[in-house]
Design a protein around this ligand. Sequence first.
Ligand code: DAH
Length: 357
Amino acid sequence: MDNPDQLRDDILKDVDAAESVDALEEIRVAVLGKKGRITDMMKGLGQMAPDERKAAGQALNALKDEIADALESKKTTLADADLDRRLMTEKIDVTLPPAPEPQGSIHPISQTIDEITAIFGEMGFTVAEGPDIEDDWHNFTALNIPADHPARQEHDTFYLPGEHGERKVLRTHTSPVQIRTMTAEKPPIRIIIPGRTYRSDYDATHSPMFHQVEGLVIDKTSHMGHLKGCLIEFCSAFFEVDDLPVRFRPSYFPFTEPSAEVDIGCTRDGGEFRIGHGDDWLEILGSGMVNPNVLANCGIDPTEYQGFAFGIGIERLAMLKYGIPDLRTFYDSDLRWLRHYGFRSLEVPGMVGGLVR
Ligand code: DAH
């Protein structure tokens, strides 16, 4: 058997010299582990005479405890030193601003489109797009808009010559993308079409370039009840008003039959509108059941398929929701205006209303 005093001194020296918790663990295993030196010596006790064994056993147990204590205390010392070192090196600079100042902001039109898309996205709509420069067929004819309709007049919109001498038009609404989608795809169709539109208008509520979002649902069973449910749900989610009063007023559009304009309840406070319950109504969109002529123009059998469509002015919605009084300011690129009405990049719209941060 090793000389216990010598052994004790050696081990304690090793413990003292250890520079890491791992090194301590190695020592522990080598001394107190299953095949450790002291464990071996304990096993050797069995071969001793009983009177010797008692004294040796006590001495070994005391040694074992002493080493275990030394290991534990060295471990604490190392952990403390480690913490001290980290405290010294990992400094928190309390003078740093909490987050970098945002560079730029999201334009209210983009924000509004994102919000509208999020709401219809939850209802299973996907986004479709089409060109800003259209032809007469997609913008008017296929949509059942007759040749003598006032919308076709020169002073109402912008025409430009096409490559082959034909007449092109800056689309006056997003409805031509209904035609493009129904010509290219088979029903069922459930899309929204946000995008730029153009008309020859300019005042506080009109701009020559503005935005619309179109909606189109075509399948075998969608009816006026679905149109109403879908639009009521949308209005209430967008304006974040539960039980928002919504009114469907009979109207006329060449591409829908029957057609309805949709009003929401509001209170008029001077020039400002407060959306929700009140004794006034505000028109916000046009809608209707897709006219069978339009389906036929796109090669869809109107005896088999039906559906509904709607068109919403995006500026109008943004002005109402965010209290923006003049539509022309959307396109002035005035940085003060953008800073005031713009949105932070992390203000992501969600279906449940409001902004999810
Ligand atoms: N295209 C119409 C406009 O610009 C809006 C519209 C009304 C679109 C009814 C539709 C609809 O799809 O069904 O005035």
